[in-house]
Write a protein of this length. Structure first.
Length: 645
């Protein structure tokens, strides 16, 4: 089908965006800085291709989340081209036909439905989720008579998943005893999937790549069909995803990759931003266009974030700039401890709300989920509605609820709910110890000692390691609970406080934005309890409340007011990353992502040792204050008390 239409919306694009959108043919890498209109550029490119005579069946646009795919599709459907000027050739059964826009995995499913026979399945295959896959691995370990203590099913499953993402088979596992057994489990796992006519989630890409590599005619058919391939968030692709699109694009070389290497923060998921940096090596005829105009943030925020990211050696440099106003200086505040930081942050939020700021335009960002405990407590006390974005409230997390159940039982052996939780969580012999000893020890041990007794006599960390992938995160939550418990001399007072804080605990709302945490009744700093009617009202307003989230979850979002808390050395950058240069650079990218979420005002705070990243910010863009019981005190950033190496 051939049709032509001059796209009016190109007048709304800046020069760099227009060049990217109107690129004629061949590989193109778009290095798009934060807030530079990445999604607009990609969707405008799709419209431009259609207007140039490319059929929708010849175009695919790939992204990482269903939410991003829906956003892209909505933007295209709302474009004036579709609503007014689209030719009849694009109408099928009274509906406009648009190109495939979806995730890597949804594209993989589409291909496997037709090609599953090439890997021993039928087109009516099942897709195993994580629980299904883990169950298969557990059964294999049981058949091989392997002890769970030595061969953790979750660890073995993770090893298999990593191998698939790197397009490796069992022969790559190594020659050690553990590796040989893991390789055997891998092979048996693959056989089990085949016998079940099933694929696991990793197969949706890995098996497709294997099919395309081993069947030239099949590959040629898809190459002929999909002449233009657009990839969003290109810095986040892993090995199998990159090879997937590289195979599809080899014939026509029309690969349009857009992303920002400065926002590559998912190495723990297997993302390899070197695919972004090596694009020109893999595609020698590639053209590179940089989107450097930021439409989101003030000049001061952009200048500070740009100076920070310049310290990374592995990057494709960009000069981010904006026509927005200069804006306020970046506020950096030093506190004595994490609880004081939380209260100080919450009080600043109150000031913003009193000035008329919308709560949903305020975000508090942190490096680890454990940091939310103090923040939540301060917000609850000040009656500020809030929402935990993409996660559970602190006292709704399993490890916290398990420990609290043990302490509650110690001081009330008739607590049926706590007894039920302990019986369901631990095997009989461990429960016998807990049920007998906890009430006896409650008057002999301190609260922290009682928690440690619980952890040691249930082998609780081993219990978590066997059941969950994110052991380190759960350990951090436990450490935060212990630190909080250490501030109480009376265990009953601790339980009263925790009970009030967790009185609205529940499962997360299954919405795209995660759990909506309402304000709970709490007593603290001399405050009084709230009524249940107020709680109901506040529960309804939580989705419009202040947003709390990790920096990882904040990527792609923007807020008028941003607070980055816990900017400590050991937190951001995290202590696990300090000794490795590549991991330290990823932590710096995390700080860059956090800073560039702010549109108008950016507040950064720390306690103990300040993050080394703070010393990399231009001092002329910073207003530094030290906060103590005497209030805020303006200080020089060079002050010896906060000197940073």
């Amino acid at each position: 089908m051939i049709f032509h239409y001059k796209m009016k919306s190109t007048q709304e694009l800046n020069e760099a965006q227009r060049k990217a959108v109107e690129h004629e043919s061949g590989p193109l890498l778009i290095a798009a800085g934060a807030g530079s209109g990445k999604t607009k550029t990609l969707t405008s490119r799709v419209i431009h291709l259609l207007q140039s005579g490319i059929g929708p069946e010849n175009i695919i646009a790939i992204t990482f989340t269903n939410k991003a795919a829906r956003e892209m599709e909505l933007r295209i459907k709302n474009h004036e081209f579709w609503n007014k000027e689209a030719p009849k050739a694009l109408i099928h059964n009274s509906r406009f036909v648009i190109p495939f826009i979806g995730t890597f995995h949804s594209l993989g499913v589409r291909i496997l439905k037709k090609e599953a026979g090439l890997v021993g399945r039928t087109g009516y295959f099942t897709i195993f989720d994580e629980d299904d896959s883990l169950r298969v691995v557990k059964n294999i370990l049981k058949e091989l008579n392997l002890p769970k203590e030595k061969f953790n099913p979750i660890a073995v499953m993770s090893k298999i998943s990593r191998a698939k993402n790197e397009l490796l088979d069992s022969s790559s596992f190594g020659s050690g005893q553990y590796e040989k057994i893991a390789a055997t489990v891998f092979d048996k796992y693959e056989e089990a999937l085949k016998e079940s006519n099933a694929f696991d989630f990793d197969d949706l890409i890995e098996k497709v790549v294997r099919i395309l590599q081993s069947n030239p005619k099949t590959l040629e058919g898809y190459q002929k069909r999909w002449q233009h391939i657009l990839i969003d968030e290109f810095q986040d692709v892993n090995t199998s995803q990159y090879l997937f699109v590289k195979l599809l694009a080899q014939k026509h070389q029309n690969i349009f990759a857009i992303g920002d290497d400065a926002q590559s923060i998912y190495a723990f998921r297997g993302s390899d931003f070197r695919n972004f940096l090596n694009f020109e090596k893999d595609w020698p005829s590639a053209k590179v266009i940089k989107l450097e105009e930021n439409y989101r943030s003030t000049q001061n925020i952009i200048r500070a974030a740009s100076e920070l990211i310049k310290k990374n050696k592995m990057q494709k440099p960009k000069e981010l700039w904006t026509k927005n106003n200069e804006g306020e200086t970046i506020q950096i505040r030093a506190f004595q401890n994490g609880d004081e930081e939380a209260w100080g942050t919450a009080e600043k939020v109150v000031e913003l709300l009193k000035s008329g700021r919308a709560p949903e335009e305020i975000a508090i960002l942190y490096r680890t989920n454990a940091q939310s405990r103090a923040i939540e407590q301060a917000l609850l006390h000040l009656r500020i509605p809030y929402e935990i974005f993409g996660g559970l409230r602190f006292y709704a997390r399993k490890e916290i609820k398990d420990i609290i159940a043990g302490i509650r039982y110690a001081f009330n052996p008739k607590d049926a709910a706590s007894i039920d939780r302990l019986l369901k969580t631990f095997p009989k012999f461990k429960n016998e110890i807990l049920l007998k000893e906890l009430p006896r020890l409650r008057d002999e041990l301190s609260l922290v000692e009682l928690i440690n007794f619980f952890l040691e006599n249930t082998d609780y960390l081993e219990h978590l390691e066997k059941k969950f992938k994110n052991l380190e995160e759960r350990q951090e939550n436990i450490k935060e609970l212990i630190n909080f418990a250490a501030t109480f001399k009376d265990a009953r007072e601790f339980l009263e406080r925790v009970t009030l804080l967790s009185s609205l605990d529940g499962k997360p709302n299954p919405s795209a934005s995660g759990e909506k945490a309402a304000v709970n009744p709490v007593r603290g700093r001399g405050g009084s309890s709230h009524t249940s009617s107020l709680r109901d009202k506040q529960r309804a307003s939580a989705s419009n409340g202040v947003k709390l989230m990790t920096v990882h979850l904040a990527k792609g979002l923007e807020f008028e007011q941003v607070f980055i808390v816990g900017a400590n050395d050991g937190l951001l950058p995290h202590e696990r990353s300090i000794m490795k240069s590549d991991e330290l650079e990823e932590e710096r990218r995390l700080m860059y992502v956090a800073m560039t979420r702010a549109k108008e005002n950016l507040n950064i705070s720390f306690y103990d040792l300040p993050s080394r990243f703070l010393g990399e910010l231009p001092p002329e863009l910073i207003e530094f204050k030290q906060v103590s019981s005497y209030g805020e005190e303006n200080r020089d950033w060079d002050d010896e008390a906060i000197y940073i190496e």
